[in-house]
Design a protein around this ligand. Structure first.
Ligand code: FMN
Length: 268
């Protein structure tokens, strides 16, 4: 069994780090045979997704096969050469994902959001007809939520962000544990986490791409029937919806160059 613990705090010695270390140690005690990776976002270099759309296309990825020999395969990958490349490999191999993340204004802290957004190559992979078995499998994921509880707006955004991004990468968020207000400044546990119910409703069907009948609109304009009517008032014209906008985009991505190799902790 291979497990990955991603720690979403920009601080390397905060509550999340303490909790993740505790989970790491507990896992070693309980499942000494497991291979375990601890990946604190505070210790890796992962830049933001810029929506360039380059990951729509497959590129050659070199990896170690089961027998330890180098193999290569065409996969959807981000073109930025930073620690995310190592994290893709670790996630591809994982049987289970654990995310430990603080709440920042209801959502994920920026470095954690960078990691989540950089899972976009899996979105394109998940649309392939010959879907990779690993992505189809839906491996289990758990989210541990931390916060001070001073903000009254909850953390729905954090749950949704983690759930949505990890789903395309082949995970199913099965458990959310609420540690808000239950871990002290120095990492001491002051209470039991609460399992969160009701945040894991079945995903909605993706929005349909709106069909625009431009021909009909043009002929109306040609007949001089006023532009007021042409402004979204007729049979769904001018619908914005979620459609496909924002997916993919322009090329012209600037390479960042490799910075540091992944510094995640590994056992196994
Ligand atoms: C920018 C920012 C926004 C925050 N927003 C929230 C929030 O909405 N809800 C909450 O309970 N705590 C919030 N917090 C508190 C953090 O979640 C809390 O300090 C947590 O312990 C930070 O994680 P860490 O100790 O692992 O770094 C916020 C902290 C920061 C810096």
């Amino acid at each position: 069994m291979k497990r990955v613990i991603i720690v979403g705090s920009p601080r390397s010695n905060g509550r999340s780090a303490h909790l993740a270390e505790m989970l790491f140690e507990a896992n070693i005690d309980e499942c000494p045979e497991d291979e375990l990776f601890l990946v604190p976002v505070s210790e890796i270099e992962v830049g933001p997704c810029i929506g360039c759309g380059a990951c729509r296309k497959k590129s050659e990825v070199i990896f170690k096969g089961e027998d330890g020999a180098e193999a290569s395969e065409m996969r959807h990958r981000c073109v930025f050469d930073d620690d995310m490349q190592t994290l893709y490999d670790v996630l591809d191999d994982a049987d289970e994902l654990i995310v430990v993340s603080p709440i920042y204004f209801s959502g994920a802290p920026a470095p954690m959001k960078c990691v989540l957004d950089r899972l976009q190559p899996y979105f394109w992979a998940s649309r392939e007809k010959d879907l990779d078995a690993r992505l189809a499998e839906k491996r289990p994921a758990t989210l541990h939520v931390l916060g001070e509880g001073g903000d009254p707006h909850g953390y729905d955004a954090l749950v949704s962000e983690v759930r949505s991004a990890t789903a395309v990468a082949g995970f199913r968020l099965e458990r959310v544990l609420d540690w808000v207000g239950k871990i002290g400044q120095d990492g001491e546990i002051t209470g039991e986490p609460t399992p969160v119910e009701g945040v894991l409703a079945p995903p909605r069907k993706p929005a349909e791409k709106p069909k625009l009948d431009l021909g009909a609109n043009r002929s109306r304009q040609a007949q001089g029937k006023g532009h007021d009517k042409g402004r979204g008032g007729q049979s769904g014209h001018g619908q914005s919806g979620r459609g496909q906008s924002g997916r993919g985009g322009q090329s012209g991505h600037g390479q960042s160059g490799r910075r540091q190799p992944g510094k995640g902790k590994r056992r196994g």
